[in-house]
Design a protein around this ligand. Structure first.
Ligand code: ASP
Length: 315
């Protein structure tokens, strides 16, 4: 029987139990559970991997706790510019958007690019024009606002530094304490097709139109039925330089590594060699799943048709 499975993440980084109140921890767990339920219900009803990951990401983008959609971090100019990508491992079709504003669910726009354009990657104003043409739901600036992301940004906006996503409000803590709130999902459906997607607000105080790994096919997001579907989170520059998601696929295809082994090589050896903090989630077309990270924590969860499931935050 073909097993199906779903894995999601809500970002990796210096996520420590001692920094977390029981209420906040519960809120993160609820957010992950809700996303898992939304995607898994689709797989259980015979739906596709693409639809399942889209449903999971929708709920995470709509949750103010995560750095994607509502609650995205602020750029140097005090704006929210979001990136997202989705890839279908059955067809190798992909869609991605970068630096889009006021798009309620950037993953919806990335899916529109994949399904209804001749392109793979749209950015900025052009991507927004395409959103309007496709009737993608837009939202005003206030919708994306969250006080704690604003405070994070305020603490460093007069400096030249840019930072990964944090939940601390104090500058010193902010700079030493790295957290990433990007969201992602990968799934294997009952047809044996796999897909992966990632959505993010990127890094606090980013400027010059900085784009991270999340929307870059092969770096932050990748899917190929022959090998794996991967969604990454972490310090994007290093994931771009190591072509992290595609490297997992290559290790499986050319070296015959298992999903878990390939992800461990990329996360613990290749990314570590570049000081690249973060992690990734993956599935293969047999429904195997893996969640690997080199940071203190990663918001993560999985469920499969063998009856296994888990939600975890810390190492
Ligand atoms: N990888 C994302 C970026 O660099 C950040 C994250 O994962 O939180 O934009």
């Amino acid at each position: 029987m073909q097993h199906f499975s779903l894995v999601i993440h809500g970002g990796a980084g210096t996520i420590l139990k001692e920094d977390m109140s029981p209420e906040l921890e519960q809120a993160y767990q609820n957010g992950l559970q809700e996303a898992l339920d939304a995607g898994y219900a689709i797989l259980q009803n015979g739906g596709t991997a693409v639809d399942a990951i889209q449903a999971s990401i929708f709920t995470l983008e709509n949750n103010i706790l995560f750095n994607a959609g509502k609650g995205s971090v602020f750029t140097k100019k005090g704006l929210q510019e979001m990136d997202a990508a989705i890839m279908d491992g059955a067809t190798l079709e992909a869609g991605a958007v970068a630096a889009v504003r006021n798009v309620k669910n950037p993953i919806q726009l990335a899916t529109e690019v994949m399904r209804n354009s001749n392109h793979v990657f749209l950015s900025g104003k052009g991507a927004n024009d395409f959103a309007i043409k496709q009737g993608v739901v837009l939202a005003p600036d206030e919708y994306f606002y969250s006080q704690f992301r604003y405070d994070q940004w305020k603490a460093i906006r007069d400096s030249d530094s840019y930072s990964l996503d944090h939940t601390n409000h104090h500058l010193e803590e902010l700079l030493k304490d790295k957290k990433f709130g990007t969201v992602g999902a990968v799934a294997c459906d009952s047809f044996g097709n796999i897909a992966g997607a990632t959505s993010t607000g990127g890094m606090t105080n980013k400027k010059y139109g900085r784009i991270g790994d999340s929307p870059i096919i092969g770096s932050g997001t990748y899917a190929n039925n022959k090998t794996c579907a991967i969604s990454c989170t972490g310090h994007g520059e290093m994931f771009i330089r190591s072509v992290a998601a595609y490297d997992v696929s290559c290790l499986m295809e050319y070296k015959g590594l298992s999903l878990q082994a390939a992800m461990e090589v990329v996360v613990h050896e290749k990314l570590m060699a570049l000081n690249g903090e973060g992690g990734m989630i993956g599935v293969d077309a047999k429904g195997n799943t893996a969640m690997v990270f080199n940071s203190a924590g990663m918001y993560r969860a999985f469920q499969n048709s063998k009856g296994e499931s888990a939600i975890a935050i810390y190492k």
